[in-house]
Every structure is written in C-alpha cells, then in structure tokens.
Design a protein around this ligand. Structure first.
Ligand SMILES: *Cc1c(COP(=O)(O)O)cnc(C)c1O
Length: 492
C-alpha cells in the first residue's frame, strides 16, 4: 500500500507521507487503498488491550514501519499517559447511547490521542527518510492543539517545537497550560494579534526561503502537527474500531451488527477517521456530523454547496469555530472515485470564490453516509443540563453539540441503532460554560469555577488542570506579529 496526493497521483511510503505532512502540490496524502479486516478479525481484536489493538491497526496503514517500531511508538504514547491507563473508555449513558471519552490524556482534550503518538511516528519516519535531521514543529494555535502538541513533543530527541498563540485570544486556562510547559526543546510565545495573525505568520514562515536556508545550514527542517498530517489521522481510526470491539466484548452487540457514529466536528479530521474505519470493514450505518452555529458542514451535507462566504461566530465550543474544514478534501477524493482533477478544481474554486458545488452523484453518496446537523449555544447548554439531570453524565460544550444533534437525528429518523458519540474534551476545560449550563454562576477565577463545578457535579477536577494552580510560568515572551521569524531564529 502506498500514499498518494488528493490533487495529483503519486506513490510514496507511509513514513514519507508522515515526514512531509503535506504534499508539494497543496493536496493531502491519502492511502491508495484501504486495508480490509479479515473474517473474525474484529472479534480477535476485541480480546486485546488498547495498545495491542492500536499496534495491529496502525500496522495496516503504516506498512513500512516494523512491528517493533510500532510497538515502541504505541508503548511510548499510551503507557502511563492516560487516566487509569485507559486511553479511550466507552460509557453507556442510556439505551445503546455510548459516549467515547477521548480526553483522559495529559491535556484533557481528544487531540492527545493523536499528538501523544505523532512525535514517535515522526521520529521513526525521519530516521527512515532523512536521519540526523532535527524536525522543527511550528504551531499556531487557538488553544487545544498547541498544548497537546507541546505535551507530545516535549523532550522528544531530534525535535524542537515552537508554539504561537494569540495573546488575548485563548482562555486563561489554555494560556496557563501553554506558558507553564516544561521541556528543553520547547518554546512558547504570545502574539500581539488574533489567531489569524498567528496562523498567517506561521504559513509565511513555512514558505520563507531565507529561513529555509537558515534551517538547512543547521540540518533542520520544519514540519506540521496539524490534522492535515496523516500521522494524526491514523491513531484516530484506532479508537473507533476499539470502541466497537468494546461493545462486542461487553456483549452489547454481536459481530457484524451496525452502529452509528456521532462526532462534534471542526476540521473534519475526527469524523473522517471514523469513515476510514468503515472503509476497512467496520460496520457503520451513518456518520452524524455535528456543528455549532458555524454550520457550514450541515449546509454542505444538505445541499452539496460549500460556501464560506458567511459570518464567523464565536461560540462556547470554540474548537469547532471553523469555516474551512481541511480534511473534507480527503472525503471528496474518496467519494469522487479518486478524481484528482475534480478535487483540484473544487479546491481552486474554494480559494478563489470561497465556495464550490459538488456534482450530483457525490452529493447522493455524501447523504447516504452522512447526516449533518447543528445547534446553538443555548441548545448545547440545555443538553448539558438534561444529560446531567437525567443520566447523571457531565459533558463538555463540544460533546454536548454532538449529543444534541444525535438526539434530534434519532427522534426524526426513528433510528435506534446503537451509537458511539465521540466526546472530545473534559468538561473542566470549558468549566465556565458548563457550570452556567447547570445553573451555577461562573466567577472570574478559573480555579474557583473548576472547584464549584466539581462540587455541583460530584466529579473530580482532572489532575493536570488542578496542577496548573501551583505550576511555574516559564514562557513570558510576547511579540509583535511581524517579529515571529526573528523569534524562531533566536530559539534555533
Ligand atoms: C479539535 C477539536 C474538535 C474538532 O475536531 P476536528 O477533528 O477538527 O473535526 C472538537 N472538539 C474539541 C474539544 C477539539 O479540540
């Protein structure tokens, strides 16, 4: 099996796709074919631990990694890094409605599931493709990705990581998570600007010839920890398969039974991983794609028109406030039977006009596989309250969007298929909104809010968030957005 670009046919290995991150033609790397489960294989996987399942499933895609290399990657990423050593526990909240909790890692958001293992995958990939190189990870973040990437790459040999965040654009807790980061190879810097300034600054630096020469002279190379990298997608396929195995193991379903999957969606990476699991043979009936008020995806699934010419809203589920879902490009490639010309044309139109329309046959397939829905902040709050009052289950603002949209789908369609709902963040990461949803009154002090939420809900504050209260602030840099290149050179 090889990897090819969504915009131009090519043939590269899995490790090269991960080392490069993005294709030179602007496209994204996708597997040239999908490995399929053998008869009885899911039942076999059901008997294994999460780490063993992960190694077996990753091996199918990353076939130029040896079994030992993958076992080491998995061990480093998932052993002792997650609560109770269970990276992805599944909890049934009521009749066949299961919440897949993906936030038990060091930063309390689902990005840990991939960013804990990406550094290992990348280090092996660099070793195969350009040994002795230092990989410099550049990140512009609006909050969750930056911390998860820092935590993953801290003190990983052969790597350095530099994170830029908008000084006034992240929550206090997110800022503290980043500015207290330990590690000899990490740098964190605030930008006097917004997230777009940080993001365009990073993009410019990726394309800057002078800086490229500066790095070359030091045997260094930039790379990205963004979800455009297949190395971030592959580990996400694992947990959907693993959750199905857990349902099998607990006798909730029998081999071959179908399930639905619901995902709170932003960049379309998480839900695409579930779609990839289905292409391998996981019996999934419907993908429920849940959005907040930035409902560009539910409009797209309804009409086949992707149109980003619309107002951008700031919501209480900020990690889903996004108008360009990068990974949709991969889905278009697969649904169009690998039509590179069509994908290139649509992406050019998106860049030029901010919109595109897919052909009718693609829309038909899209609607067969996906249901799109969205809800407001007020509706998500109502769902948080309902879930807590009725099922004594506390969910965060992002997960609440998925639960809300799933419940509407189930009611409208009468579909009672067991469902796996991806839960993407700890409620404590968005404690003020969650506390307000429960009828509490969030004060200014982030730690007081977490303590109040803990008291009201009877759930513990995650240790990594509680520990921030006494952690030393190590990164105090704050620079003008014009000075990012200079900052990078001073760090390197
Ligand atoms: C990143 C993120 C999402 C969106 O995931 P995508 O893979 O970008 O669709 C949803 N919820 C939380 C909490 C996130 O951090």
């Amino acid at each position: 099996m090889f990897f090819t670009s969504t915009r131009k046919n090519c043939n590269i290995t899995a490790s090269a796709a991960i080392a490069k991150g993005i294709s030179g033609d602007g496209g994204l790397f996708v597997p040239s074919e999908f490995p399929r489960f053998a008869e009885g294989e899911l039942e076999q996987l059901a008997k294994l631990s999460y780490k063993e399942r992960a190694a077996r499933i990753l091996q199918k895609f990353l076939n130029d990694y040896s079994a030992e290399e993958l076992a080491r990657c998995v061990e480093g990423a998932y052993e002792g890094r997650f609560d109770n050593n269970e990276p992805a526990p599944l909890k049934e909240i009521y009749n066949n409605v299961n919440i897949l909790e993906l936030w038990h890692g060091p930063t309390c958001a689902f990005k840990d599931m991939a960013l804990q293992i990406l550094p290992y995958l990348l280090t092996v990939a660099t070793g195969k493709n350009c040994p002795d190189r230092t990989t410099v990870i550049l990140v512009a973040t609006s909050g969750d990705t930056g911390k998860a990437a820092l935590e993953g790459f801290a003190d990983v040999p052969g790597t350095k990581i530099i994170v830029f965040f908008p000084r006034d654009g992240v929550s206090d807790m997110q800022k503290l998570q980043m500015t207290t980061q330990k590690g000899e190879n990490v740098a964190v810097c605030a930008i006097e600007g917004n997230f777009d300034d940080a993001q365009s600054g990073v993009k410019n630096i990726f394309g800057d010839k002078k800086i490229a020469e500066f790095l070359e002279a030091r045997n260094m190379e930039f790379s990205s920890a963004n979800s455009i990298n297949f190395g971030r997608l592959a580990p996400q396929i694992v947990y959907y398969i693993s959750s199905y195995c857990d349902l099998l193991k607990n006798g909730k379903i029998s081999a071959g039974d179908v399930v639905n999957v619901a995902v709170p969606t932003g960049n379309f990476g998480n839900i695409l991983a579930a779609y990839y699991a289905k292409q391998m043979g996981l019996p999934v009936k419907r993908f429920i794609c849940a959005s907040n008020r930035n409902n560009i995806l539910s409009d797209f699934i309804a009409t086949g028109i992707y149109d980003r010419n619309r107002p951008f809203f700031t919501t209480e589920s900020p990690s889903m406030d996004i108008l360009i879902s990068s990974n949709l490009e991969r889905l278009l490639y697969h649904l169009s039977n690998e039509n590179c010309e069509l994908v290139s044309r649509l992406m050019d139109e998106l860049k030029r006009d901010g919109r595109y329309t897919v052909p009718a046959d693609i829309l038909t397939k899209l609607k067969q596989e996906f249901y799109g829905g969205y809800c407001s902040d007020a509706e998500a709050r109502q769902t948080i309250k309902n879930c807590f009052d009725k099922y004594h289950y506390l969910c965060d603002t992002h997960t609440a969007v998925a639960v809300n949209v799933y419940q509407r789908y189930a009611k409208d369609s009468g579909d009672t298929t067991p469902v796996i709902i991806a839960s993407t963040a700890s409620p404590y990461k968005f404690a003020p909104a969650v506390l307000n949803a429960l009828g509490g009154n969030a004060s200014e002090d982030g730690f007081a809010v977490m303590e109040e939420l803990s008291r009201v809900s009877g759930t513990p504050i995650p240790a990594p968030l509680a520990a921030l209260k006494t952690a030393e602030v190590r990164h105090k840099n704050s620079i003008a957005k014009e000075d990012m290149a200079e900052f990078i050179c001073s760090v390197l």
